[in-house]
Design a protein around this ligand. Structure first.
Ligand code: PMP
Length: 326
């Protein structure tokens, strides 16, 4: 539960301590729980790295007081960094490929950040290159680089994971999360494997993404609508460590779209596509465990709902599949 009962000094103090909620579609013997990250002030899981990375970089001197962060981001990271930067006296500039949602870019600007767009066809790699170029041109500017900075998974190791394990008295059988940077999953998985070495870990990506292919599976690369997870560019998956992952599961856009609508209609969750993909993968792990196909150290599966569908309403998330722009 969110337990901020005392008055707080800053909105940044409300990051974390998000609720963990049971998914009703899960088998009784092996419940699935989802960590509801839209309860953060910037309404996504990325508020955690915004706060954690900026505070750590200021403490270590890597980011000077009053300096600038320039970050390539699909959007939620920008909002997470912008919320923290806004309160910590840091200027924020975000480099966003055009295809990502307009809502997110509007929110970054409202928080005082500057947004620079790069062509969709240059991918996230193009945004990363442009961010470094901009940082070179500015005084006191740093690229936190969520795609390769160990502070990203560390934020989840230090905050998300202990919250999950506290809520379940350390009895977590499996961890399931979609990988964009893979920071969320890596932080959870490292913490989980220290608690129990047999903790089962599932990475989730959309069909068409490259994680499975980069790790030896013969799957096709292709476009997908699910937003925030998956990779097309090896430059964006440096944090992914196959040693803490048991399997990489691919979920198709059709199933994800239907699950996004089911989660709202049946379970009251206004969550976006990456949450729906995570839910499907987590329910599948729970069903395999309940059927005796998987041996989990504890009968529970934990996943993450990274953000809310409200951020994507203009893309038709609750319409029919064909009109969903992704
Ligand atoms: N879902 C959404 C909506 C996201 O924005 C992100 C971050 N790109 C993720 C999931 C994946 O998180 P991570 O980068 O920690 O793998």
């Amino acid at each position: 539960m969110t337990t901020h009962r005392e008055p707080l000094d800053s909105v940044v103090d409300t990051v974390g301590e998000t609720p963990l909620v049971r998914i009703h579609a899960s088998p009784d013997e092996v419940p699935v729980y989802a960590k509801l990250e839209s309860f953060n002030p910037g309404a996504s899981v990325k508020d955690r790295i915004g706060k954690y990375m900026l505070e750590q970089m200021l403490a270590s001197g890597d980011l000077p007081e009053g300096g600038t962060v320039v970050e390539p981001t699909a959007g939620n990271t920008g909002i997470g960094f912008a919320v923290a930067a806004n309160q910590l006296g840091i200027r924020a500039v975000f480099v966003v490929p055009e295809r990502f949602s307009v809502e997110k870019q509007t929110l970054m600007r409202a928080l005082g950040a500057d947004v620079v767009n790069t062509p969709t066809e240059d991918g996230m790699g193009g945004a990363i290159d442009r961010a470094h170029q901009l940082a070179d041109e500015l005084d006191d500017a740093v690229v936190p680089q969520q795609f390769s900075n160990p502070l990203n998974p560390e934020a989840h190791y230090e905050t998300t994971a202990p919250e999950v394990y506290d809520a379940l008295d350390d009895e977590v059988g499996a961890l399931v999360a979609g990988c964009g940077t893979a920071g969320t999953l890596m932080g959870l998985a490292r913490y989980g494997r220290e608690r129990h070495p047999d903790t089962f870990v599932t990475a989730v990506e959309p069909v068409g993404s490259l994680y499975a292919r980069l790790h030896g599976r013969d799957v096709e690369e292709g476009a997908y609508k699910t937003e925030g997870i998956g990779t097309h560019d090896p430059a964006t998956n440096e944090l992914f460590d196959p040693d803490v992952v048991n399997e990489i599961v691919q979920i198709g856009d059709h199933e994800t779209h239907a699950e996004m609508q089911r989660l709202a209609a049946e379970e009251g969750h206004l969550v976006a596509s990456s949450s729906a993909a995570n839910a499907l993968a987590a329910l599948d792990v729970a069903e395999r465990a309940a059927a005796g196909e998987l041996d989990l150290p504890y009968d529970s599966v934990v996943t993450v709902f990274p953000d809310s569908s409200e951020r994507y309403l203009s893309k038709g998330v609750y319409g029919d599949f064909e009109s969903w722009e992704g």
